[in-house]
Design a binder for this molecule. Sequence first.
Ligand code: ZN
Length: 69
Amino acid sequence: MQAIVCHAPKDLRIEAEEQPPALTPGQLRVRVARGGICGSDLHYYQHGGFGAVRLKEPMVLGHEISAVI
Ligand SMILES: [Zn+2]
């Protein structure tokens, strides 16, 4: 699996992500169909965050998704 990871302002990298751990009771795994980039993601990319919310470590962008169970 690959992800877009923001390391710092204007520093995006496409990286391979580790396989997720085995599921435990009560969890399910989804297959991401589409992911969106929202205003928060743009602020992380352009300025390293917004207000008091700052990148403290590399972060995968794109948290608004549709998925199939
Ligand atoms: Zn958002």
